[in-house]
Design a protein around this ligand. Sequence first.
Ligand SMILES: [Fe+2]
Length: 189
Amino acid sequence: MKTSTITRDDSKHLKEPVKPSDTGEVQGFRHVQRTTIALDATAALSSVESLQQLLADTITLRDLYKKHHWQVAGPTFYMLHQLFDKHASEQSALVDLLAERVQTLGGVSVAMGGDVADMTLIPRPPSGREDTAAQLKRLLHAHEVILLEARAMARSTAAAGDVGTNDIIVSDVIRTGELQVWFVAQHLA
Ligand SMILES: [Fe+2]
C-alpha cells in the first residue's frame, strides 16, 4: 500500500482518531439473504451472481467513458467529450439500477474499485492517454463484453422465472448498450 504523506506530527492534531471497524461486517459478500418477494431462492441466487458480474462490468464501462471524456483530444474533441459524458451518466444510472436489484434480491452489491477490478471481464486500459481510434475501439469492445453476457443472462433469468431481473437486463442494459454502440461506432465508419 502507498505510504501516507501525513506525518506523525500532523496526527497529533487529531483529538480522537477514528479507525475503520474490523468487526462491522454483518453480511458476507457471497451471502444472499432470503427475501419475501415470492421468488424461488435458487433463481434469486443465480440472478445475484449474474447481476454482480454485469454490475462490475458496467461500473468499468462507466469509468472508461469518464476516462475518455477527460482524455480525448483532436479535431473531434468537443463532440466526443460531450458524447462520452452523456454515455457515462447513462451507464451510471444502470449501475444504480443493477446494484439496487442485487440488494432487492438479498445480495450485497459489489461497490468499490478494488473489488470491481478483481471481477470485471473488461480488459484494463493503460493509465496513460490513448488516441481517439483506440479509445473508440476500447469502448466498443467493452460494450460487446457486456452485451454478450447480458444476452445470456436475459435467457437464463427468463428461464428461471426472474422476470424482474430479466426486464432490467433487456429493457435497460441491452437497449442502452445497443444504442450507445451505434453512436460510438459511427465515428469509426
Ligand atoms: Fe466533465
